[in-house]
Design a binder for this molecule. Sequence first.
Ligand code: GLP
Length: 251
Amino acid sequence: MRISIFPDECALSRDLANLVARSLTDDPTLVLGLPTGRTPVLLYRELTQLAAAGRADFGRATTFNLDEFLGQDPSKPGTYREFMEQHLFRHVNLDPRRIHFLNGSAADIEAECARYEAAIRAAGGIGLQILGIGSNGHVGFNEPGPTLEAHTHRVVLRPETIRANASLFDGDADRVPAEALSMGMATILQARRIVLVATGRGKADCVRQMIEGPLTTTLPASFLQVHRDVLVMLDEAAASELRSVRLRSEG
Ligand code: GLP
């Protein structure tokens, strides 16, 4: 894992937006895997600005989002689809036919998960997967537990994840759906390049475990250690528990 530490989340988001823009220049047909959450909001704002300035061209790119709540009408507020429309899709020149999302209100959930896996394969696989991390170490909605799922699947969300997503539902955790659909760990690990982003003190412990701890299903992000091309982008607060950072500040 390569690790880059930035003074704050603005500097980090600017750098990552430039990385995405460069990747689109190198390969205009890039297949991007995208996260939701508080962490990528600034990244999407930076990308919107780069696109407006003609420095990021999404015209031939394809996107796949990581996850979606179960049972939510995709056009209603609170879905990850709506989040992406609001923060990125509406503002850049992505072709709607190449925006891919899990449909949490599909009649046949198993078929929907299989459809998503097939669509990723048909697009040639994910070239650049951007990830956030939950404070319990989840990626996408792959929650900690005794086992992990390899492929796109249905998930029961943990209470801490429900609380963390309440802001999408006017702060009301009771309105957060109890279940979701998510790419699996293998779906994520099959991406050719992965960039994981974490900011804030609240992520410092899971970041330390992800980088310095053992591979364990109780911290799904630890499985990123087996991938050959992972860049971890952190602000100083999220990096503060790393051994190398602690040693530097002590010494
Ligand atoms: C959510 C999403 C994840 C995201 C994570 C962190 O539950 N399913 O894809 O990375 O939580 O969110 P945040 O960036 O708001 O801390």
